[in-house]
Design a protein around this ligand. Structure first.
Ligand code: ATP
Ligand code: MG
Ligand code: MG
Ligand code: MG
Length: 436
């Protein structure tokens, strides 16, 4: 992308409405604009990050055998009347009436719809287990939308739903999904710690929230730092073997981690003092086994081995894709702007031409740019060097390729690492290899 032709409205001043860093930086970096309270348009740079995150999420869901589908955002109230949640959900649900006076709603979540779709299609226990997911916009009429896309009213969520024959199989599914989540967050370049969450009236132990540490988080968190040091991508788990899944899960859950709601002072006291971490966290994911709650209330059964009706056990698994954009920024920035993990950055690098119109500078920049025009942002504007540096730091590209007349004479590029600030002089080829 050539910056001179991009729709990339950066702001020099801090917008007054933004109370936290990520919101400020997303507005300043031209990633989003608010169009109504808690509702945002995603501008090209913001959309790039949103897509990169969604693709990593998608890849790891597919890797544990979940299948992607896409359900509508608009739902019929009838579905929710069948589960009994239409009245129970309360004012967070945006209710709409169509021209024929039918009650509709903008989906805040999709348990009812997926259970109905499942029931229409799956008739026999032989077709279980099934795990289905989508990445789709949700609407929750939050009382206090705030902090930009961190708590929006319209937001982008990955929601998966599982159907299993019995509890043991549902537990396997839950553990596979746990691993998928840990790998997803690791690939996103952040540490999200899984913490036991309240299972409410259903009970059991199978609910975890995933929290990213940041001072602006809404939950207090307590965890064993050993959880930060695990390499989940390298962890060898046989997804089709119950014992292997159990070993992984018991190993992971042996380390203490809880939000303030679930905190247990006695268990905490047993964590070695040097490994105790206490702070604030942002909820970026939540997984939950809720047994037969929806299959029973909506009367969705398959025929079991003996021909008798069997109500599958379900779970649901959410990741806040749009919230993650903000959460990653909360966890990774400095005074000058965003520091993107390479896996989600809108562009791999910025090419900064320090002297537009200088034949050698222009030639080197064009050569760099031609290597990956979709992944590089070429700052070809007739701006001062200082303004270009400031924008590149603000936008947070992992690398900056700086081309000035002195180096260009010798065919050299200065390569700056955004995170460490380290700079080295490289040939064009070496620079391209470094940022690949
Ligand atoms: P919160 O406690 O922040 O209100 P929640 O527990 O109501 O979230 P879930 O129903 O567990 O949310 O939804 C799954 C994920 O969707 C959450 O972990 C979060 O990352 C994301 N999410 C929920 N509400 C919002 C929102 N208003 N804006 C952006 N993301 C959201
Ligand atoms: Mg909520
Ligand atoms: Mg919550
Ligand atoms: Mg939750």
């Amino acid at each position: 992308m050539r910056l001179s032709r991009s729709f990339l409205p950066t702001l020099k001043e801090n917008p007054a409405e933004a109370q936290i860093t990520s919101h400020r930086l997303m507005l300043r970096a031209g990633m989003i604009r608010q169009t109504a309270a808690g509702i945002y348009a995603w501008l090209p740079t913001g959309l790039r990050v949103l897509r990169h995150i969604a693709n990593i999420v998608r890849h790891e869901q597919d890797a544990v055998g979940a299948q992607e589908l896409l359900m509508p955002t608009m739902q019929s109230a009838d579905l929710w009347k069948r589960s009994g949640r239409y009245d129970a959900y309360g004012p967070e649900m945006l209710r709409i009436r169509d021209r024929h006076e039918r009650d509709m709603l903008f989906g805040p979540t999709n348990e009812e719809m997926i259970t109905d779709l499942f029931g229409q299609a799956v008739k026999s226990y032989k077709e279980l287990p099934q795990v289905l997911y989508q990445i789709q916009w949700k609407f929750r009429d939050e009382v206090r939308p705030r902090f930009g896309v961190m708590r929006g009213r319209e937001f982008y969520m990955k929601d998966a739903y599982s159907f299993d024959l019995d509890h043991a199989s549902a537990v396997d599914t839950y553990r596979r999904m746990m691993l998928a989540y840990l790998r997803t967050f690791q690939r996103l370049g952040v540490r999200a710690i899984p913490m036991r969450a309240d299972t409410g009236p259903i009970g059991g132990e199978l609910s975890h929230e995933f929290l990213i540490l940041a001072p602006t988080g809404e939950s207090g968190v307590f965890f064993d730092s050993a959880l930060e040091d695990q390499d989940w991508l390298g962890e060898n788990v046989d997804l089709n073997d119950r014992a292997s899944l159990e070993k992984f899960f018991t190993g992971m859950t042996s380390f203490y981690a809880a939000t303030d709601e679930m905190h247990d002072a006695d268990a905490w006291a047993k964590v070695p003092a040097e490994r105790q971490r206490e702070g604030r966290g942002i909820e970026v994911g939540h997984i939950f086994n809720f047994g037969r709650k929806y299959t029973r209330s909506m009367d969705i059964a398959v025929s079991g081995p003996d021909g008798a009706p069997l109500y599958p056990e379900m779970g649901s698994y959410g990741i806040g894709v749009s919230r993650l954009v903000a959460a990653i920024i909360e966890a990774s920035h400095d005074d000058n702007g965003i520091i993107w993990p390479a896996s989600v950055a809108p562009f791999r690098a910025a090419i900064i031409n320090l002297k537009n119109g200088d034949a050698q500078c222009d030639a080197i920049c064009e050569k760099l740019y031609a290597a990956a025009p979709d992944d590089l942002l070429y700052d070809d504007r007739a701006e001062r060097a200082g303004a270009k540096f400031a924008d590149a730091d603000l936008l947070g590209h992992p690398w900056q390729l700086i081309v000035g007349p002195r180096g260009a004479k010798d065919g050299k590029v200065e390569v700056k690492n955004r995170r460490t600030g380290e700079r080295t002089e490289e040939t064009v080829d070496a620079a391209l290899a470094l940022i690949a």
